[in-house]
Ligand binder design. Structure first.
Ligand SMILES: Cc1cc2nc3c(=O)[nH]c(=O)nc-3n(C[C@H](O)[C@H](O)[C@H](O)COP(=O)(O)O)c2cc1C
Length: 355
C-alpha cells in the first residue's frame, strides 16, 4: 500500500518530488459553492515559503499556486480540486553525497530498504517540499470551516522557551520565527545563527490552537478527534511528538488538578480550565482545541556524522546544500494546515452522521 492520501470525507492526496518539475495536491470531497481562487491559497503558501530569512533554507521558490480543476465561475464545483506548484530552484548536484551515503536521521536508508532505490535529489518524496502541497490543501479546508480561527506559534527552540507572560499574538507575524514573544525571538536569532555557523541544527516545539470549534465534532474510540489530530501532526516531516491539551503533563497531575471545572454560562457551559485541549471522549467540547508538536533538529548538517554508503561500507557524511537550520520554524504554517484539514473533515463527518 502507498499512503499519499489523508482524510475521510474531505480527502486530499499530495504528489511530486523536491526536484521534479512540480508538486501538488488533489482535494476531493470539498462541498460545492465555496468561493475559491489562487488568491485564497497564496497567502498561506507565502507564510511557508523558503528563503524569506537567514534562519530558513536559502532555496528560492516562489511557490505560486495554480488551480487546475474543480472551480468554475470562482466557486468550487464539488469535483476534485487540483492544485499545482512548480519547482523552479532545484540544484540537484548539491545532493551527490546523499546519492551514495545515508544521512542518519533522514529517510535515505529507510527508503532504499523499502523501495530498493530512491530519488535522492533534494530528498525526493521525503523532502518537506511536500508540505507546500498540504498548505495549499489546508487553504481549501479553511473555506469549509469559516467559523474556526486557527493560530500556531513556535513555543521553544532548542532549550530556549518563550515566556507566556510576554505572549502577544500580534507579535507572531512580526518576526522570522513565528514567536509570540519578541524577546525570545531576539534570543533565537543568536541561537539559530550559532547552530548554522557550527554546522549543526536545532529542534523546536510548535503550539496550535483552533478557536470556534463547536462542541460535538469528532467521534468516540477509533476515530477520536485526538487520534485524528495526532495522526495528522505526526505525518508532518520531522515531527516526533504530539500532545493534546496538557499531554504528558496530565500524567503528573491529580484528578482535581486536571479537571476542567464547568459552570452554567450565558451561552451554555463555561469551562474554568482547558487541560483537555478542547477534546473529551474523542469529541470537541467547544473549548479551544490545543495541540503541541515536537520537531526534531534538521538531519542534513555540515558536521560529519558516521554512516554507511549504499555499498554497505563505513563512511562519514557532511551534508552540503541548502537546508533549514531549524525545521520547526517553517513547520508553523504546516501545523496550521493539518489542523484545518482535520477539522474540515470532522465537520463534514459530523454533518454526515448527525445532520
Ligand atoms: C518545513 C520543513 C522543512 C524541512 N527542511 C529540511 C531540510 O532543509 N533538511 C533536512 O534534512 N530536513 C528537513 N526537514 C525534515 C525532513 O523532511 C525529514 O526529517 C525527513 O523527511 C525524514 O522524515 P522524519 O524526520 O519524519 O522521519 C524539513 C521538515 C519540515 C517540516
Amino acid at each position: 500500500m502507498s499512503y499519499n492520501t489523508f482524510g475521510r470525507v474531505f480527502r486530499f492526496t499530495t504528489w511530486g518530488e523536491s526536484h521534479g518539475p512540480a508538486i501538488g495536491a488533489v482535494v476531493d470531497g470539498c462541498p460545492p459553492g465555496l468561493a475559491l481562487s489562487e488568491t485564497e491559497v497564496q497567502p498561506f503558501l507565502d507564510k511557508r515559503r523558503p528563503g524569506q530569512s537567514r534562519f530558513t533554507t536559502q532555496r528560492q521558490e516562489p511557490d505560486q499556486v495554480r488551480i487546475l480543476s474543480g472551480v468554475f465561475d470562482g466557486k468550487t464545483t464539488g469535483t476534485p480540486i487540483s492544485l499545482m506548484i512548480e519547482n523552479v530552484d532545484q540544484r540537484s548536484k548539491d545532493y551527490s553525497e546523499v546519492a551514495n551515503a545515508y544521512r542518519p536521521g533522514h529517510a535515505d536508508y529507510a527508503y532504499d530498504a523499502k523501495y530498493g532505490f530512491r530519488d535522492y535529489r533534494g530528498g525526493g518524496r521525503s523532502s518537506a517540499r511536500e508540505t507546500a502541497s498540504r498548505v495549499a490543501a489546508g487553504a481549501v479546508a479553511r473555506l469549509v470551516i469559516p467559523e474556526v480561527r486557527i493560530r500556531a506559534w513556535v513555543e521553544q527552540i532548542g532549550h530556549s522557551p518563550i515566556l507566556y507572560s510576554r505572549f502577544d499574538e500580534t507579535e507572531i507575524d512580526n518576526n522570522a520565527f513565528f514567536s509570540p514573544d519578541a524577546t525570545a525571538a531576539t534570543e533565537w536569532e543568536r541561537l539559530v545563527d550559532a547552530a548554522r555557523k557550527d554546522g549543526s541544527s536545532l529542534g523546536a516545539v510548535v503550539v496550535c490552537e483552533a478557536y470556534g470549534v463547536p462542541a460535538g465534532w469528532g467521534a468516540p474510540l477509533y476515530a477520536k478527534l485526538d487520534s485524528e489530530l495526532a495522526a495528522a501532526m505526526m505525518s508532518i516531516n520531522a515531527v516526533k511528538g504530539v500532545e493534546i491539551g496538557d499531554g504528558f503533563a496530565a500524567a503528573l497531575a491529580t484528578g482535581e488538578g486536571n479537571a476542567d471545572p464547568m459552570r452554567p454560562g450565558e451561552d451554555g457551559p463555561e469551562f474554568l480550565a482547558n487541560h483537555a485541549g478542547g477534546i473529551a471522549g474523542g469529541i470537541s467540547t467547544g473549548q479551544p482545541v490545543r495541540v503541541r508538536v515536537a520537531f526534531k533538529p534538521t538531519s542534513s548538517i555540515l558536521t560529519p556524522v558516521e554512516t554507511i554508503g549504499r555499498d554497505g561500507e563505513a563512511t562519514e557524511i557532511r551534508t552540503k546544500g541548502r537546508h533549514d537550520p531549524c525545521v520547526g520554524i517553517r513547520g508553523v504554517p504546516v501545523v496550521e494546515a493539518m489542523m484545518a484539514l482535520v477539522l474540515a473533515d470532522q465537520k463534514l463527518l459530523h454533518r454526515a452522521q448527525i445532520g
